[in-house]
Every structure is written in C-alpha cells, then in structure tokens.
Design a protein around this ligand. Structure first.
Ligand code: AMP
Ligand code: MN
Ligand code: MN
Ligand code: MN
Length: 290
C-alpha cells in the first residue's frame, strides 16, 4: 500500500481528553479528506464501537486504536496501538489497570493547585470529563483557562501541569513491555507516539527504540501534529535505522485547541513502509459502492 494515503491514525474523543464525540470525529475526518482513520483515546477502547459504526456511516476506512500511557526512564511515553481486537480480555484488563490510578492522581493534582491558590480544581476539571475513568491533565487545563488562571491550555501546561510544576503528580503507568504485548497479543501493531516530545538523551532514546523492538513493537510516528518538519525528517531516519514502519496522525483533540486538524499533515516519506501496510487485514473498509 502506498505512503500517499491521507491516513490519520491518532486523535482523541470525549471518551478521553478530546472535545468531539466519536461520531463528530468520523464526520470531520471524512470532510477533511481522510482516507483511513483510527480513534486513539488514552488508555481506553470504549469509544471504538461508536467510531467504527460512524466511520462506516460516512464511508470511511477505519482501524481500531488506543494510546497507552507508559513509564520509561522516569518519563511518560505514549504507545499507540492500531488494528487490534478491541474485545481482547488481556488488553481490556491492562487498560483498566492503567486507567485505575487516575482518580487519586487527579485529587493530588487538585491539592497541589490549591497550595498555589487555585481552589476546587478537581470539581472544575470534572465538568470537562466525558468518561469518569479518564480524568486527565487536559481537563484541568480547560478549567484553569475557564477560571482565568491562564489565557490558554499551553500556558497552563507550562506554568502548572508539566514536570516539577505545582499541579504535576508523578505517576506509575504501564510498563513498555506490557503495553506492547497487550497490543500485539490482540493482533495489533504497537507504535511509538510522537518521539520528539519526550526530551530523552540520545542514550535514553536508543534504549526506548531498542527495547520497544525487542518486545515486538513495529512502528513509529514519523509525521505527527507534535513534530516540526525537522523532527519528521529526523524520525524518518530513526524508522530506517530501526527498520520500523512509519505512522501518521494529527493527535487532534479539539477544533478550539488543536493546531493541526484531522487529515492535514504532510505525506510520509515515500521510501518508508507505512504502518497500514502491516495492517491490511485489520482495516474495516469503506463501504463498497459509495
Ligand atoms: P495525562 O494523560 O493526564 O498525563 O494528560 C496528557 C495529555 O495532556 C496529553 O495527551 C495532551 O493531550 C495534553 N498535553 C500534554 N502536554 C501538553 C501541552 N504542553 N500543551 C497542551 N496539552 C498538553
Ligand atoms: Mn491527550
Ligand atoms: Mn500522546
Ligand atoms: Mn494523543
């Protein structure tokens, strides 16, 4: 299959920290000219049935997806899973465990914010939560903009929610090995999400890619809404070096907040193997005759 496909294999709905429903995302992807779409909510597959039905209704090819939070070398890394069987018990149990600590973490984030004068952030964030098991920093960011603490969500992350800031609470997520194996034993392909975002040293990054491969990981996001043009080129080289397939996804969360819309990224470099080539059997095709 060609790299010249308008695939968008990374975005979020109200089932995690996006602001659109799975149905609205499917319609928006179609309107934006997407040819192959995946919904990748954080640590949660609860939106995939709706997404698959909505994709079918608008005649859009679809892959199951998820973005799993992983702790690696003292940082949080995101592993995207694509094309898995969403009914798989081991995957579902692993994701439930990964989501499990979010409630307590959110309470502690709220306490940290209260210490710097921002009261009731937990209740404020909850107003933005679509799935009670999936309260995230993004929901706090929306509330901190609403209450006037910051002018936009970027400023919230910079001042309050990134490592070392008052609302940041270190958290133990899934292990890299477990996240990759939950995906692969459910017949999916594991992909390292937005590798430029982690701020790893060269050695740490080498360890991430090597260990990811040794656990059975097969792809890396090369073209993503989180990468500059230079970072796309850099991780295209990493994909070649580690013989990984390349993925492409906007990481779209919201029409108001996201810089890159669905389906509006550059194409993958032509010499790379697109991750959808590994997933041909797993694609729910667009309806014939439309
Ligand atoms: P959590 O899983 O609760 O730690 O939240 C992570 C989410 O926060 C990411 O998936 C992004 O949606 C969002 N996020 C992280 N850093 C930033 C940032 N600098 N600006 C805006 N959103 C961010
Ligand atoms: Mn997010
Ligand atoms: Mn991510
Ligand atoms: Mn994401």
């Amino acid at each position: 299959m060609t790299t010249l496909l308008n695939a968008d294999l990374h975005c979020h709905s109200v089932i995690s920290d996006g602001t659109l429903t799975p149905e609205a995302l499917a319609q928006r992807a179609k309107a934006q000219g997407v040819d192959l779409w995946a919904l990748t909510d954080h640590d949660e597959v609860g939106g995939l049935q709706r997404a698959a039905a909505a994709a079918d209704a608008v005649d859009l090819a679809f892959l199951t997806g998820v973005e799993i939070s992983v702790s690696f070398a003292g940082k949080t890394v995101h592993i995207v899973g694509l094309g898995f069987d969403a009914q798989n018990t081991q995957l579902q149990t692993g994701l439930r465990d990964t989501r499990g600590g979010r409630g307590l973490r959110a309470q502690q984030m709220s306490e940290g914010l209260a210490r710097v004068g921002i009261a009731n952030a937990f209740d404020g964030a909850l107003k933005y939560v679509g799935n009670p098991e999936l309260i995230s920093r993004t929901h706090f960011a929306r509330y901190l903009v609403e209450c006037g603490a910051c002018k936009d969500t970027n400023e919230v992350f910079r001042k309050y929610l990134s490592e070392g800031k008052p609302g940041f609470v270190p958290h133990g997520w899934a292990s890299l090995k477990n996240a990759v194996s939950w995906i692969t034993q459910a017949s999916g392909v594991a992909v390292i999400a937005h590798p430029a975002r982690y701020g790893f040293t060269a050695n740490e990054e080498y360890a991430l890619f090597s260990e990811f491969k040794s656990h059975g990981g097969r792809g890396v996001e090369v073209v993503t809404g989180s990468h500059s043009a230079a970072e796309c080129l850099r991780y295209a080289d990493t994909a070649r070096e580690f013989s990984l397939a390349a993925s492409r996804g906007s990481d779209f969360h919201s029409p108001e907040e996201s810089r890159i819309d669905l389906g509006s990224l550059p194409m993958l470099p032509a010499d790379l193997t697109p991750v959808w080539e590994l997933l041909q059997e797993r694609i729910q095709p667009a309806r014939a005759g439309h």
